[in-house]
Structures are given as structure tokens and as C-alpha cells.
Design a protein around this ligand. Structure first.
Ligand SMILES: *[C@@H]1O[C@H](CO)[C@@H](O)[C@H](O)[C@H]1NC(C)=O
Length: 301
């Protein structure tokens, strides 16, 4: 009895000590302004509230600038594509997704469409979330577009060719550094695509690009170069659980990618932040996790 009592007291003391230590550490880290990152990791059991007041239950935070390297952030949540995607005319080449084209680059993640060597395949890069259960959310990327002409840089949700919402940059366009294409597929449908020029923007500098997916609409946003842009599509809003995909590719199609590039076309990505609901974590399971955590406020994102 006595022995047990001793152990228990000892344990309590140790727990108290640890709590005090944690408090000290938190204060120290607070002084270093690292608390927001910790908060996101530890105290968001009641989800994430975005700038429009929408609450999202889950998050995938990929920080490609982390000291462990871009590829270890890729491995944590993404699959690297490795397959051939055969193309027909008017394309002049097929697409070969290669894992070597997803790389550590300039202290971030590089996605590369390689200089074309005329062998019939343009070596290209693609990553897709391991999770395919993402249904609605706010999806953000901080990136620089490629500036070598002839490649497409895409950030999009994908289930099928008719359940897909896309941000695409075409480096062959004369004003590629401020022109972006927003599409809810099928893109031929009236009102399903927006070809947007943002005067004053320079997408070759790091900027934030964002897709907000709600049941009633897709909102496409840009925040960079000291300005913001917001556009909406209400046609062809997907309703199916999806993956998030990033890619850089070319097939020589004179009507879209153009090219293929004659030198390496590389997009540089510093981070991807996905806040979302999924078909795997129900509202009820989310609510009970939030209650067990003591109902902390949702994290602002
Ligand atoms: C996402 O989940 C939150 C929390 O369960 C819920 O309030 C919200 O309505 C959901 N959003 C959508 C678009 O389903």
C-alpha cells in the first residue's frame, strides 16, 4: 500500500513537473513566435475556421521548406506519379510522369517538365494526395510558376474528368506571369472556365493561390505581388470525394500547353495547406473528438 502510494505521489509530482516544464517551453517558444505552428499541430481538435467563417475538420500541412527536406514532406502525405500518359493529336508528344522530376529545388519542392529530347515523351512531374476522400475545403499553395515556355503548371482537385476543379498556368502565354485559368470540368460547358489576367501580378515571385470548394460554388483566389483577386464558378462544382494534385507537364498541344519546352520548366512550391472535410471523419466523430479535447476554439486559417 505504502509503496503504491509512494509511486502514485511520485508520478503526480513528475506529471506536475512535466506540465511546468511544458509551460516554460511554451513560453520560450512563444517568445520565438513558434506557438502558431505548435497550436496547429496540437490544439485544433475543433477544426479550422477559414477567412469566410467555414469550419473544416481536418488538415494536411506540407512544408516543403522544412529542414528535413521537401521530399520527406512529400512522402508524408503524397504519392509521386510514375506512369506514362499517352496523348493523341493535336498533342505532339506523350507525357511520362517520372519520380526524378519531383525534387528538392532551391530550398523548396521543384516540379519539372524536362527539356524535350524528341523521344516521344515529355518527362513530367506530378504528386497526388494519398487521401482520395477529400470533400469540400480550402486548398492553398505558395508557389512560383515556371518561366520556360511550353509547360502547364496545375493545382487541382480530381476524381474524374467531369469531377475536377483546376488552377492552371501556361508558361507559353506571353503574359504567363499574370494569367491564370480556372476551370470546373467539363471545361467546354458554358460558364465552366475563367481565363483571368491579373494586372500587376507577377506569378514568377512566390504568391498564394487558392481553391475554396463549397457545395454551391468554387472560389479561386490569388494573394501575392501586393494584391488579391477573387473569382467564382458555380457551374460543374464537383460533388465527389477527391484527391488534390499538383503537376507540371507538356504534350506539345498547340492549343494548350504548346511546347514541349526546350529547356527545363520548373515550378517551385514552398508549401501546400489543405483544410477540408472528408468522408472518413464524420461530423459526429469530429464533434466528439472536439468535446473530449475540452472544446478549444477552432484554429483560424
Ligand atoms: C465541414 O465540417 C464542419 C464541421 O463538422 C461542418 O460544420 C461544415 O458544414 C462542413 N462543411 C461542408 C461544406 O460540408
Amino acid at each position: 500500500m505504502l509503496f503504491l502510494w509512494y509511486i502514485n505521489t511520485h508520478k503526480i509530482v513528475r506529471i506536475r513537473l512535466r506540465l511546468q516544464l511544458m509551460a516554460c517551453t511554451t513560453l520560450l517558444l512563444g517568445a520565438l513566435a513558434l506557438v502558431p505552428a505548435l497550436t496547429v499541430a496540437q490544439n485544433c481538435q475543433c477544426g479550422y475556421k477559414d477567412s469566410n467563417g467555414n469550419v473544416w475538420r481536418e488538415a494536411i500541412i506540407s512544408t516543403f521548406t522544412q529542414p528535413e527536406g521537401a521530399l520527406s514532406a512529400v512522402q508524408a502525405n503524397w504519392m509521386i506519379s510514375s506512369y506514362n500518359n499517352p496523348q493523341t493529336a493535336p498533342a505532339t508528344a506523350s507525357i511520362q510522369y517520372l519520380s526524378a522530376n519531383v525534387m528538392q529545388y532551391n530550398d523548396a519542392l521543384g516540379l519539372k517538365a524536362s527539356a524535350y529530347d524528341n523521344n516521344g515523351f515529355v518527362q513530367s512531374a506530378e504528386i497526388a494526395t494519398q487521401r482520395s476522400d477529400i470533400l469540400y475545403g480550402t486548398f492553398r499553395i505558395r508557389a512560383q510558376v515556371p518561366s520556360v515556355p511550353g509547360a502547364v503548371f496545375g493545382f487541382f482537385t480530381y476524381f474524374s474528368n467531369s469531377q475536377e476543379q483546376d488552377i492552371e498556368f501556361l508558361s507559353a502565354e506571353p503574359n504567363y506571369y499574370q494569367r491564370v485559368h480556372y476551370t470546373n470540368h467539363p471545361g467546354q460547358d458554358p460558364g465552366a472556365t475563367l481565363d483571368v489576367t491579373i494586372p500587376g501580378a507577377d506569378f514568377t515571385t512566390f504568391g498564394n493561390h487558392r481553391i475554396d470548394w463549397l457545395p454551391s460554388r468554387t472560389t479561386y483566389l490569388y494573394d501575392g505581388s501586393g494584391l488579391t483577386s477573387t473569382k467564382q464558378l458555380t457551374v460543374n462544382v464537383p460533388t465527389t470525394p477527391s484527391r488534390l494534385i499538383l503537376n507540371v507537364w507538356s504534350n506539345g498541344d498547340p492549343g494548350w500547353s504548346q511546347g514541349p519546352p526546350t529547356s527545363d520548366a520548373i515550378a517551385t512550391v514552398q508549401w501546400v495547406h489543405l483544410y477540408f472535410n472528408s468522408t472518413s471523419l464524420s461530423e459526429a466523430a469530429f464533434n466528439s473528438a472536439c468535446t473530449s479535447a475540452g472544446r478549444p476554439a477552432s484554429c483560424s486559417v
